[in-house]
Design a protein around this ligand. Sequence first.
Ligand code: SF4
Length: 376
Amino acid sequence: MTITPANTQKKTDLLAFTLPQLQQWLVECDEAPFRAKQIYSWLYQHLATDFSAMTNLPQALRQRLAEEATIGLVIVRSELHSKDDRTRKILLELADGKLIESVLMLYPPLGENSPRATVCVSTQAGCAFGCTFCATGQMGFDRHLSASEIVAQVLFFARELRAVPWTAAGLPRSAPIDHITNIVLMGMGEPLHNYDNVLQALRILNSADGFNLGARHMTVSTVGLVPAIRKLSQEPLQVNLAISLHAPTDELRSQTMPVNRKYPLQELLSACQDYIAATKRQVTFEYVLLAGVNDTAEYAHRLGELLAPLKQYAHVNCIPVNATSASYKAPGPKAIRAFRDILFEHGVSNSVRAERGDDIAAACGQLRTRFEKKRA
Ligand code: SF4
C-alpha cells in the first residue's frame, strides 16, 4: 500500500497516522507507545490544535511534539456562509500552495430524522477526469491529497461546530448540533483515483479510539473507476458507494464524462452488481439534471431500464444542476416530478436533492476559481 509520506515537511504530521502507526512512530522516537492513545484522544475527541493542551502528557513530550510534529498542514484562506447558514464553504491552502475546497452542509431535524452535519471533502487538488459540468474538471489535475489533508478538512468543521453548535434559524427548540455526523467524498477530485490515501483517511476517521465516525456515515462518490469499485467491495470498512452517473446511454454520458469511454455503462453496471453481491449494500446513482440535455422522458425510461435489474439495491439521487453553472440550466419542478415518476414506474427508488449554497458558489471548484482570478 502506498501512503503519501506524512513527513515530507520538516515536521511529522500526526493526522496521517492510524493509531497503530502512531504507536509505531512513538516507538521509533524512543517514546512510550501507550502515549499514542492519549494523543489520539486529544486529536480526535478533544479536537486539540496545540500540543500544549495535551495536559496528561509529560511536559517534555509535549515540548518534543511541538518541535517535531504538527497537527495538519493546512491554512484557511477563505470561509463563506450561505445566507441561511446551512452551507459553509472553506478554501484551504495546502503546504505546497495548492488550493482545495470543503463544504459543511447542515440539516435541521426532519420528522424522525435527527439533525445532520455533513462535510463534503476534497480528495485531490484539481482532477484528471474533466467532466464538462464541473469547475474542478476544467482545472486539470495537480496532485493527490495525503490522508492527513483529507482528515484535516473534517477536523476543521468539527472544531467549528464544537465551539459554536448550530441550531436552524426558526427552529429554536430543536437540539443544537455540535459534531459531524456524516462525510461525503464528493468535493474536488475523484476519490478512487487516490485510493490508498482515501482509505487511510477513512480508517483514521472511523477509529473508535479517535473520531469514531461509523463507516455507514461515510460515502465515497466515484465517476465509475471499475477496478477500484471491485477493490472497494472487498474492504472490511463498509462505506456507502455513490456513482456519478448523470446519463443513461454511453453516447450521452461520453459527451459530459470522458471516463465513460474507458469504462462504459455495461462495465460500470457489472462492477456495481459485483459490489452489491459482495456487500449486500445499496448503491446510490447521482444524476445531475440538466434541462434539455438528460432530463427527457426518453432518458428517464432509459435510466429506469438500466437500473431496474439492480432492484432495491439501486437508488437514484436526482440533483438539479447548480444555478451558478454557466452552461447548463436546471429543469423546473414539473419536469423533475415527471422524470422521477417514470423512474418509479420502472421500480427504481429515487429522491431529489436540492442544490445548496448557490449564494456562496458551493459547487465544487467554484470558490477556488474565483480566488485564483482575484489573486492573479
Ligand atoms: S465531477 Fe468529480 S470526477 Fe468529474 S471532473 Fe469534477 S471532480 Fe473530477
